[in-house]
Design a protein around this ligand. Structure first.
Ligand code: G6P
Length: 607
């Protein structure tokens, strides 16, 4: 979602600000802007749409200030046009904001009663006007921000630039992430360390409620109570900054192709191959003592959790309750103290997932988070951490993070099965061997790309697509449909194959492809029966299965994608490759913006 950048530099900073914003593009946005100070006066440039529009405007009328803030906006309040684009400014200051100010209407009414006239429909302008109001009462910028922050409700990160203050930026974080970069006589602010990577690897993460005053000489941080606090400075490993497409056309393609490597790396972290054992991270609980496991996540991470429900219940006989985080956080589910909640998140910043974590903690539960960004808020607030080692994921549609999440979850389910006495040593070894074989199987699956690309041309003609699967292939059907709709904008639905007769069968005709995900596992025959029901009604089937499945199904399909033979337990990891490639090539064939689909954000830091 919205990206924030701030730079206190030695020469004109606008180009650097835009470069840093480009590194936040992956978060999703629909307008952008920069503000600098020239001879103490605020100057601003904003544009609707992509950063190239902003660059074009800046090339015609450059901003020359050596201090500046910038923003990519993902619209929440007000249309994504230039007027609503950040930075928002008054005669006294400019501000950029990520998140939502929930009480903005109330604050706006109060300011309007004082005669303030608003230019935009945004919640952000309320912040600009509140701080301006405090400045007009004679407060310093520091005091004005200090009196305004406690009045704001919601989750947000802010960066302020003040008229006449050429050596001061103020940043604040309340629920949305903000990092400070330390340079040599220069200082930076950014929504994440990735944005600051070209300038520095020395980063300080603000804690929730913190606000910071940056000058070229350094930073002073205060907590929510206004008390000066020290936050550690970290050296961010350069490996976490690698964010280029390599030889691929899109980040999404690169990330799909990276899977054998990053999933392999993740598996190596969680299993002892030689001993044939799953090795979970140090956990402050034993799976043996649990009576129930809750899982909460959003989007693709939620589907990873849904696959894991099958694994934990079957391999560890541990009942699992799973819910999307936006529901979990509010439905006041009774959670017993001492039990476990697992939250799954690529970014570690998803607002609803973070709220679920906090709810589970408030109920006295252990919280284990499976996150890709280990410096994220979710990682830092969890009692236990199981990182996915996927590296930075830039494509908005999650691919490699998903399969790495599956790898971690399966290794945990195996460890749980062993601890609970459900699996014996031989079964554990068999499962670990199956997991260790996944990267090789993924490479094999990737070799089917050319064939999938041809099938994608058929899918691209459709207005609606149905995905069917049973068992762990059901969540994969949901994920396949999500991938396709996210990047191609074709309406797609995932269904449990057994539910076909309870509704979707009414939709079957020769215009709607039905993609059936059916490895030859224990429920294969059942899924074949459902396919026959589709075929009998003139439906067009694309079957994703293995060699045996293809031979046994012997059905009239418009395409069969033959996946490598694998142990059914790991099929979600291997079959994920095929559904990702299918969605990717459909979207590319249709000419869509694969890496930055319209309206979507990589990191959803608002509710
Ligand atoms: C957004 C992204 C999805 C992601 C979901 C959850 O919707 O576009 O790709 O699955 O958020 O994000 P998280 O970072 O918590 O995994």
């Amino acid at each position: 979602m919205c990206g924030i950048v701030g730079i206190l530099g030695k020469a004109a900073v606008a180009t650097q600000v835009v470069d840093a914003l480009k590194r936040l593009e992956y978060r999703g946005y629909d307008s952008a802007g920069v503000a600098t100070l020239e001879n103490g006066r605020l100057t601003r440039c904003r544009a609707e749409g992509k950063l190239r529009n902003l660059e074009l405007k800046l090339s015609e009328a450059p901003l020359t200030g050596a201090i500046g803030i910038g923003h990519t906006r993902w619209a929440t309040h007000g249309r994504p046009n230039e007027v609503n684009a950040h930075p928002h400014a008054t005669a006294k200051l400019a501000v950029v904001h990520n998140g939502i100010i929930e009480n903005f209407r109330e604050l706006k009414r109060e300011l309007e009663a004082k005669g303030v006239v608003f230019e935009t429909e945004t919640d952000t302008e309320v912040v600009a006007q509140l701080v301006t109001d405090a400045l007009q009462e004679g407060r310093t910028p520091l005091e004005a921000v200090g009196t305004t922050l406690p009045r704001l409700r919601g989750a947000f990160a802010l960066a302020f630039l003040f008229e006449g203050e050429a050596d001061q930026l103020i940043g604040a974080r309340h629920g949305a992430p903000l990092a400070i970069g330390h340079g040599d006589g220069e200082m930076y602010l950014g929504s994440d360390a990735l944005a600051l990577a070209p300038f520095t690897d020395q980063v300080t993460y603000l804690e929730d409620g913190d606000w910071a005053v940056l000058t070229r000489a350094g930073v002073t941080i205060r907590d929510a109570g206004g008390h000066p606090v020290e936050r550690p400075r970290q050296t961010i490993p350069t490996g976490s900054f690698i964010a280029s497409k390599g030889n691929h056309r899109h980040f999404m393609a690169k990330e799909i192709y990276e899977q054998p490597e990053v999933v392999g790396r993740t598996i190596a972290h969680y299993v002892d191959f030689a001993a044939g054992r799953a090795c979970p991270p140090d956990l402050p609980f034993s799976f043996r003592d649990l009576r129930r496991l809750s899982i909460s996540a959003c989007g693709t991470a939620y589907y990873a959790g849904l696959v894991a429900k099958y694994w934990f219940e079957r391999l560890a006989r541990l009942p699992v309750e799973i819910d999307v985080a936006s529901e979990f956080r509010y439905r006041e589910a009774p959670l017993d103290p001492g039990e476990l909640t697992i939250v799954v998140s690529q970014s570690g910043e998803t607002a609803d997932t973070l709220a679920s974590l906090r709810y589970a903690k408030s109920q006295g539960q252990h919280v284990l988070s499976i996150v890709n960004v280990t410096t994220s808020t979710i990682a830092r607030e969890s009692g236990a951490l199981a990182p996915t080692l996927a590296g930075p994921e830039i494509g908005v549609a999650s691919t490699k993070a998903f399969t790495c999440q599956l790898a971690v979850l399966l290794s945990l389910a195996i460890a749980a099965g062993r601890q609970r006495g459900v699996l014996d040593e031989a079964e554990e070894r068999r499962l670990v061997d199956a997991l260790v074989g996944v990267p090789g199987l993924m490479s094999e699956a990737l070799r089917g790309e050319a064939e999938i690309e041809l099938l994608a041309r058929e899918i691209a003609k459709a207005k609606d697509v149905l995905y069917l699967g049973r068992g762990t292939s059901f969540p994969l059907a949901l994920e396949g449909a999500l991938k396709l709709k996210e990047i191609s904008y074709i309406h797609a639905e995932g269904y449990a194959a057994g539910e076909l007769k309870h509704g979707p069968i009414a939709l079957i005709d020769d215009a709607m492809p039905v993609i059936v995900i059916a490895p030859s596992d224990a429920v294969f025959e059942k899924t074949v029966s459902n396919m026959q029901e589709v075929a009998a009604r003139g439906g067009r089937i694309l079957l994703v299965t293995d060699r045996r499945g293809a031979a046994e199904a012997a059905m009239d399909t418009f395409g069969t994608v033959v996946m490598p033979d694998c142990d059914p337990v790991v099929s979600p990891l291997v079959y994920a490759v095929a559904i990702q490639l299918l969605a990717y090539h459909t979207a590319v064939f249709m000419g869509k913006d694969v890496d930055q689909p319209r309206n979507l954000a990589k990191s959803v830091t608002v509710e």
